[in-house]
Design a protein. Structure first.
Length: 382
């Protein structure tokens, strides 16, 4: 019997295998990963410094333990060279590996800015546990960190670094942090809260050049101004890994395009997680991935199941200003309604029919998430 092959050992791949094993204990499963295969929480990478956690301490389940408990064969530190969908074969340095079903849980890559300067290549990104290990080691001789990007990950790193005692400057072209998810009022609350932690903002600005100078790096911004830092961290966003799928002839848009059962344009090939585009959307957050994994496991076990994404607000890990947000679609029509109290802010986005399409909770009001979902009659992910 040819195995189910899963490419990728992040949350999407491992959760799919765990859910599949609840339904099918016997079908062979082969896990192929470019790293060691240790399971860790990727979201924890952006808030581990203030907690003093090393890369090793972030590992939740070692690869050997994971494979034994789930009855999985692991090919670690293995790059996939290609997929031949008509032959149901994955090509690796270990040879051609046949599959009965294939799951692409490839994740995403950091977006690299087109920076000038002789030290552009020194700009670091933290996208996996190996990156975090190197980043933490480099911080030993660092006082001031410049962060390129004030989105979700950049803001989380800013809070974490400031909490760990570093001086932090965030450069972003938007007028306020996390502008892709938050309405202006909530973004301003977050900006102010992080400022009180010592985070300095250079908003409406981008970095053009990074030059190596004595003691660190000199950054030149688009308005000609400059600032010096000991380390430069890029957190401008992620791009779904689609090259393998595209080369295999699968339909690719922003992500690997799937139907509601997460099947791609090729028979017996599925995509899930940061690399997948389902219903026209890429959903790179924890709750959508876990919801999708439960549905995909049923399909892999022979009972085709469509994934239905319930109300799944995103928890933003900024202790200076706790935030929960249900993102609003980019093309949504409606308006925000704000209720402010000493405990925090509650914002609801409603359309023309007064249906709630999004929300933001700040401060201690983040605890209202479940109650608010019940009040509004919204299905909440478990």
């Amino acid at each position: 019997m040819n195995p189910v092959i899963v490419i990728g050992s992040g949350l999407a791949g491992i959760t799919t295998i765990r859910e599949f094993r609840k339904l099918d204990a016997k079908t062979p499963v082969l896990l192929i990963t470019a790293d060691d295969g240790d399971f860790y929480s990727k979201p924890a990478l952006s808030n581990a410094l203030a907690q003093g956690k090393s890369a090793e301490q972030l590992v939740v389940t070692p690869a050997a333990t994971l494979c034994e408990s789930l009855n999985v064969t692991l090919l670690a530190r293995t790059d996939v060279q290609g997929v031949r969908t008509t032959e149901h074969v994955v090509d690796t340095r270990h040879g051609a590996l046949p599959y009965s079903k294939l799951v692409l849980a490839l994740g995403a890559d950091p977006i690299r800015l087109p920076l000038g300067g002789n030290a552009a290549q020194d700009v670091v990104s933290v996208n996996d546990i190996d990156d975090y290990r190197l980043f933490r080691n480099r911080l030993r001789a660092v006082r001031h960190v410049a962060i390129l990007g004030g989105g979700l990950i950049g803001s989380e790193f800013a809070n974490d670094l400031a909490g760990a005692g570093f001086a932090v400057t965030v450069i972003d072209p938007s007028p306020y942090p996390i502008a892709g998810l938050l309405p202006p009022a909530a973004g301003e609350v977050l900006r102010t809260a992080l400022e009180t932690q010592g985070v300095h903002w250079r908003l409406h600005r981008t970095v053009k050049n990074v030059e190596s100078v004595v003691g660190g790096y000199l950054l030149t911004l688009d308005d000609g101004s400059q600032l010096q830092a000991d380390l430069v961290l890029s957190a401008v966003g992620l791009r779904p890994r689609t090259a393998l799928a595209r080369d295999a002839g699968l339909t690719v848009n922003r992500g690997i395009v799937t139907d509601s059962t997460l099947r791609t344009s090729a028979p017996d090939v599925y995509a899930i997680g940061d690399c997948a585009e389902t219903g026209g959307q890429v959903r790179p957050f924890v709750l959508p991935i876990m919801t999708a994994a439960r549905a995909l496991a049923q399909t892999l076990a022979g009972r085709a199941a469509e994934v239905v994404f319930p109300f799944m607000p995103v928890v933003i890990k900024t202790p200076a200003c706790p935030l929960v947000v249900q993102p609003v679609a980019r093309d949504a029509q409606g308006e925000w309604h704000t209720e402010t109290a000493s405990a925090g802010m509650r914002m609801l986005f409603t359309d023309a029919d007064r249906r709630v399409q999004g929300m933001v909770l700040t401060g201690s009001r983040v605890s209202e998430r479940a109650a608010l979902a019940r009040q509004l009659g919204l299905p909440l992910a478990t």
